[in-house]
Write a protein that binds this ligand. Structure first.
Ligand code: ADP
Ligand code: MG
Length: 593
């Protein structure tokens, strides 16, 4: 083929690939345009996850009648006029790409009336070509409707995910901008049903409550104001860090609830995220992550937003100072909120933490004087577990199927139980062991299709995040199979009527959230995998935690139940439940052999 310059339309379609990846990215661009136009009310309506229709209506300044067509040309923008402006971008948009890109891969209708104008303009474009233009009466502001996204780019269309996935991505965009712009009223409807709205009161706390619901929203701490000079005394640059971070009582299994904004723009930045997580060091259990809506304000010329067409990656001129400022602000906030050291007596604490997860009646008396019947358990048959990578001289994992009869000796660090067995000693992870016990008990019920469920005396309303509504709805049957009775109850709220008996000791709202929290991590899972993940999650939630003081009777009951398990050596997630130190190992370690 000879070398040719691409046609304008083809060039736009190619460029569209960078800007418009899925319905959510089109929504992001349109909403950002509305914000740049000074809108105070933004309504977003979508159908079928935005695949068939997405519409953004704002009450912003509107576009002049003689500029509407220009707005759809590539590289046409009212936000940038010189290289100096580019060096200090104050608006969300500046590349002049979005409208041209979106128009090139859809059928797009815009109705807009400039502030102060007597009439508006309605323009229809198909594949970027204008097919209709008329003068119309219209409210001040702009309404852009986009139909049939990617109708002329089948390669893109193929990559769209399920309606739920696309809807969830849109929810993420909208809840994020709602946090960043608490002074703007956002409303999102899906297939005609309102799924989210923010009050636009101007208070970030109100926006947080709209996004997370009252129960979770209240567990956020406002960031303690820190001036940069405190964080880095030498710095001249004023960096302000504001917003909310989760109290240590609130955490998630992933980083997806950490939202970072720089000068009002949502950004992705691994190192900044890490700085935030790092501030939680010793405040959170390992593998758990905080939630945050963090707003960084800094001089516009110290952050380069022109890195990528999506404008979510930025470069900082002085990253270290920024990370330090974030870390200091968050750490100070957490330290300030931490309760003074407990003055309870140890005795009170033990009683307060009393755990009744196992059946104490099953307790068997095993005093040290009484010799144990160690039966036919033969450590020689033991095969080391491949998952355990311990120094083989120090310990070996117990092989074989069942555990020998053991005697409890005590608890270490409120986390591990020490027992004596026929050949040496065992260290048992109380959490992993209890998880295993619960898992087998539950699977036994599951196998007989007799999962026991506990009716709550009164239904408990549980508010979930907007993007979790469809998760709960879609998995209602599966939740029911596991023992959750859940019914819709107004927007973002469900009533829990029953819980799995396994989880009867756990707060029902916490239990339900734990279930769906895991689901959102899994984008495309088979039904059976979802089932398995949910069951394991239920066991994890129900199991006693590390750090919980157990009485002798409780430990004995736990060990007894572990002995009854089919696969006592690992927890349902595959981690070992116990470590065996045989007499041989002990003898070698003490130099006796
Ligand atoms: P950019 O936002 O980078 O300038 P866009 O292609 O998104 O580029 O938009 C082009 C221009 O159209 C904007 O610069 C703005 O002047 C105008 N525009 C787009 N959307 C709106 C809106 N909702 N209200 C007012 N003006 C708008
Ligand atoms: Mg734009």
């Amino acid at each position: 083929m000879a070398i040719k310059v691409l046609s304008e339309q083809l060039a736009s379609q190619i460029a569209a690939g960078e800007v418009v990846e899925r319905p959510a990215s089109a929504i992001k661009e349109l909403v950002e345009n509305a914000l740049d136009a000074g809108a105070t009310t933004i309504n977003v309506d979508i159908r079928n996850g935005g695949r068939t229709l997405l519409q953004v209506a704002d009450n912003g300044c509107g576009i002049a009648a003689d500029e509407v067509e220009t707005a759809f040309l590539r590289h046409a923008t009212s936000k940038l006029d010189s290289a100096e402006t580019l060096a200090a971008i104050e608006t969300l948009g500046f590349r002049g790409e979005a409208l041209a890109a979106i128009a090139s891969v859809t059928r797009l209708t815009i109705v807009t009336r400039l502030i102060g104008a007597t009439s508006g303009i309605r323009l229809v474009l198909e594949g970027g070509q204008i097919v209709q233009r008329e003068v119309v009466g219209a409210p001040q502001g702009t309404v852009i409707s986009v139909e049939n996204l990617f109708y002329n780019t089948p390669a893109r269309l193929k990559f769209l995910k399920s309606v739920t996935s696309e809807k969830r991505a849109i929810d993420e965009i909208i809840t994020r901008v709602a946090l960043a712009y608490p002074n703007v009223r956002f409303r999102l409807t899906h297939n005609g049903r309102e799924t989210f709205k923010s009050p636009g009161s101007g208070a970030l706390r109100d926006a947080l409550l709209a996004v997370y619901g009252v129960e979770i929203g209240q567990q956020f701490l406002p960031i303690k104001p820190v001036t940069t000079s405190q964080a880095t005394p030498t710095s001249e640059t004023p960096i302000s860090v504001t917003g909310f971070v989760s109290a240590p009582s609130l955490h998630r299994s992933n980083r997806s609830h950490i939202s970072l904004f720089v000068n009002g723009r949502w950004i992705k930045d691994q190192r900044l995220t890490y700085a935030l997580i790092d501030a939680y060091h010793t405040f959170l259990p390992s593998g758990r992550f905080p939630l945050a809506a963090l707003f960084i304000e800094m001089p516009f010329n110290e952050v380069d937003v022109n890195v990528h067409p999506m404008k979510t990656e930025v470069r900082f001129q002085q990253p270290r100072q920024l990370f330090k400022a974030v870390q200091t602000a968050v750490r100070e906030t957490l330290l300030d909120a931490a309760p003074a050291r407990s003055t309870h007596s140890p005795f009170e604490q033990i009683v307060g933490n009393r755990w009744d997860g196992v059946h104490i009646e099953q307790r068997r008396d095993r005093s040290a004087e009484e010799p144990l019947d160690w039966g036919s358990w033969n450590p020689q048959e033991a095969q080391p577990s491949p998952q355990l990578s311990l120094d083989p001289r120090m310990a070996q994992n117990v092989g074989g199927d069942r555990l020998p009869v053991m005697r409890v000796i005590g608890q270490v660090r409120n986390s591990y139980i020490i027992t004596e067995g026929p050949d040496g000693m065992f260290l048992i992870d109380q959490h992993a062991a209890h998880e295993r016990i619960m898992f087998e008990q539950f699977m036994a019920q599951w196998g007989e299709k007799a999962v026991s469920s506990q009716q709550l005396v009164t239904g408990m309303p549980v508010q979930v995040r907007p993007d979790q509504v469809s998760l709960v709805e879609e998995n209602a049957q599966l939740l029911a199979k596991i023992g959750f009775g859940v019914e819709p109850f107004g927007p973002q709220t469900f009533v829990v009527r029953s819980v799995p008996a396994l989880l009867s000791k756990v707060d029902p709202s916490e239990a339900l959230r734990a279930m769906i929290d895991d689901l959102e991590d899994e984008d495309v899972l088979m039904q059976t995998e979802i089932e398995a993940a949910m069951i394991k999650k239920a066991c994890k939630t129900a199991a006693i935690k590390a750090g919980q003081t157990l009485s002798m009777a409780e430990m004995e009951a736990l060990i007894l139940q572990l002995e009854d398990c089919e696969n006592p050596q690992t927890c349902p997630h595959g981690r070992p439940t116990l470590i065996h130190m045989s007499m041989g190992i002990l003898a070698r370690q003490f130099g006796r052999s």
